[in-house]
Design a protein around this ligand. Structure first.
Ligand code: NAP
Length: 295
């Protein structure tokens, strides 16, 4: 039966693959905006939590994609997206040729090229990673970093308006993923800078509050870094952006730089320290747990 929204128009059908920290609120905001949403998640329970909010739950990516006008992938990395799209149960087996695949996971430059090639000649493809963690995702206030064929832009914009506060359309396919790495490289350097500076402040016998209060009132400060600094001092590692994702993104930035024949010495150094913190049990903690390797 055709589903209609409150205004009586036919609901556009969106398949969402991935109901994790980011995928679940994205699905919820699409439902609120009047889309018909079908969700698949490898661990079915997480998708089922969305059923009470009106989502259909699919048993496979292929089932989710069948009849969908749009398909969103919001999974951990390029390998996870590849496996959800391929094979007999993969979404590409059933996705209609006029559908649009909106790839929102952070997968880096090489994997985005690979996934775009997978889509070529089969479905439309938009590269659209997001900036913003779980709370902006819940509020529908993500920054969407989008790139893709101009003809697809007006088709996918209503989806982005439902999940994001702003869409930044970039020129060439893949630029969204490139810019996402640039932003997260900056985030990584800010967080590590704060972690080491909090530790230095304490080692010199000064209070970290002196540092954080001074930064908050100075052009030297960054609201993001200062918020992470408070989390470091309070040892509150409630995940907003988990350390293992931040580490993955730092590694993707290193890989992208390497493809251009350049080095990122700060990122390479901080990643070694973050790997220690991850090995020490902080993988699922917030990126602020980087401070544990700086002490
Ligand atoms: N969290 C953030 O603040 C944030 C912000 C911006 C961008 N991102 C990016 O958004 C993406 C999703 O992040 P998230 O925070 O939502 O992660 P998450 O909560 O860990 O969810 C990851 C999702 O990927 C699935 N998955 C992992 N490996 C898989 C595989 N091999 N096959 C199929 N499914 C697989 C998981 O399924 P299971 O439930 O079965 O494990 C889950 O649905 C990542 O690329 C991340 O870097 C995250």
């Amino acid at each position: 039966m055709t589903e209609r929204n409150e205004t009586g128009s036919v609901k556009a059908k969106v398949a969402v693959l991935g109901a994790g920290v980011m995928g679940a609120p994205i699905a919820r905001n699409l439902l609120r905006a009047g889309f018909a949403v079908r969700v698949w998640n490898r661990t079915r329970q997480k998708a089922e939590a969305l059923a009470q909010e009106g989502a259909q739950v699919a048993d496979s990516p292929a089932e989710a994609a069948s009849g969908a006008e749009f398909l969103i992938t919001m999974l951990t990395d390029g390998a996870a997206v590849h496996s959800a799209m391929n094979g007999v149960d993969g979404a590409l087996a059933t996705l209609a040729p006029d559908a649009v695949w909106v790839q929102m996971s952070t997968v880096g430059v090489g994997a985005t090229q690979h996934l775009a090639q997978l889509a070529e000649g089969r479905v439309g493809f938009v590269d659209a990673p997001v900036s913003g963690s779980s709370q902006p995702a819940e509020r529908g206030e993500l920054l969407v970093l989008a790139s893709g064929h101009p003809v697809l832009r007006p088709r996918v914009q209503p989806l982005f308006d439902a999940v994001g506060q702003r869409t930044l359309w970039l020129e060439h396919l893949g630029d969204g993923s490139r810019f996402k790495l640039v932003l997260n490289n900056w985030l990584a350097v800010l967080v590590e800078g704060m972690a080491e500076t909090v530790s230095l402040t304490e080692a010199l016998g000064l209070t970290p509050e002196l540092l954080l209060d001074t930064l908050a009132e100075s052009p030297l400060g960054s609201a993001y870094a200062t918020a992470k600094g408070h989390a470091m001092v309070d040892h509150d590692f409630t995940p907003g952006f988990p350390l293992h994702h931040a580490g993955k993104d730092a590694a993707l930035a290193l890989e992208a730089a390497d493809r251009q024949g350049m080095e990122l010495p700060l990122t390479a150094t901080l990643l070694k320290r973050w790997d220690e913190a991850i090995a020490g049990g902080h993988a699922d903690d917030d990126v602020a747990a980087a401070v544990t390797a700086a002490r």
